[in-house]
Design a protein around this ligand. Structure first.
Ligand SMILES: Cc1ncc(COP(=O)(O)O)c(C=O)c1O
Length: 304
């Protein structure tokens, strides 16, 4: 009997599950058939959340800011207390080879490193560290994104820097992102905005946030947020256009005073926001200009 297709959070049929696709995945220096790219159920990172990962995008065959992503993966592992047994350059190369195998021009890449199944228990030192890279076609993270998305406010707060290694793109940090995203979807929103442990505006579940008022741009950057590669790119693009960008603490009481808002990330690219929990924003000229610039940049039509 044919098995029912899996369902996602909104009970929509998923066409092709991620474990059941054609292709190859790079693992520890070799390509493995996609369906055979498995780990044991007693894998340390699966139980204790210590895997680290990246999300890269390739455009027309070129991986955007590849080395910055590979370096961040190396750093994430260090924050998590382990060393990836491949250099940054080898990670770059693994990503390029994986992309080449897919024969895709535009693709999403997922490099990831994890503690294996050599030992079980909270202690980790005898576990071997593994590295994998997968790539697949992934279009817009938000369908029809230039219409603007709707955000709700998450009940979960981004943690303090002395409670978790928050500069690491570590799997364990994403449990509150998944909870936030799923409850936002269940309430009919596209995503959730998270505040931090001090009550400041922090970020969305996989993207940083920018606001605009009187032609000036404001964005949170601090010691608890992931050092965003798109965030950095957008600040440089804004500077090139001559916009003033303030990187500073933003509190929720300010949000009604902004006129435009957008979120940024490798997956989300630049996505305008049209509502945050009942507060409306315009998909305005600055957002549209930066979104067009970002698209031109990643496709090599302009330089930074
Ligand atoms: C929680 C979180 N914030 C922000 C971002 C955006 O980071 P980047 O622009 O480096 O992809 C991501 C994506 O990696 C993320 O997962």
């Amino acid at each position: 009997m044919r098995q029912a297709l899996p369902l996602n959070a909104r009970n929509i049929m998923i066409e092709k599950a991620y474990h059941d696709r054609d292709g190859q995945i790079w693992i520890d220096g070799e390509f493995v058939d996609w369906r055979e790219a498995k780990v044991h159920v007693l894998t340390h990172s699966l139980h204790y959340g210590s895997a680290v990962f990246e999300g890269n995008r390739a455009y027309e065959g070129e991986i955007f800011r590849l080395t910055d992503h590979s370096q961040r993966l190396v750093n994430s592992a260090e924050f998590m207390g382990f060393e990836i047994p491949f250099t940054r350059d080898q990670i770059d190369e693994a990503c390029r080879e994986t992309l080449a195998k897919t024969e895709l021009g535009d693709a999403y890449l997922r490099p990831f490193a994890w503690r294996g199944s050599d030992m079980m228990g909270v202690a980790s030192k005898n576990n071997r560290i593994h590295l994998g890279v997968a790539a697949w076609h992934w279009g817009n993270y938000f369908p029809d994104k230039m219409k603007g998305i709707r955000l709700t406010i998450s009940k979960w707060k981004r943690p303090a820097p002395d409670t978790i290694p928050c500069k690491s793109k570590g799997a364990g940090l994403y449990m509150i992102c998944t909870l936030s995203k799923d409850s936002a979807s269940a309430a009919g929103y596209d995503d959730a905005l998270m505040y931090d442990y001090k009550g400041r505006v922090a970020e969305c579940t996989g993207a940083h946030i920018f606001f605009i008022r009187d032609g000036e741009i404001h964005t949170p950057t601090n010691d608890i947020l992931l050092d965003g590669i798109t965030h950095d790119t957008v600040i440089k693009l804004a500077a090139k256009r001559g916009y003033t960008v303030y990187k500073r603490d933003i509190y929720p009481t300010e949000m009604p005073h902004f006129t435009e808002c957008f979120i940024v990330g490798t997956a989300a690219e630049i996505t305008p926001v049209r509502e945050i929990a009942g507060q409306d924003y315009t998909v305005g000229d600055i957002t549209k200009t930066l979104a067009a610039d970002y698209d031109a940049l990643v496709r090599g039509k302009i330089a930074l």
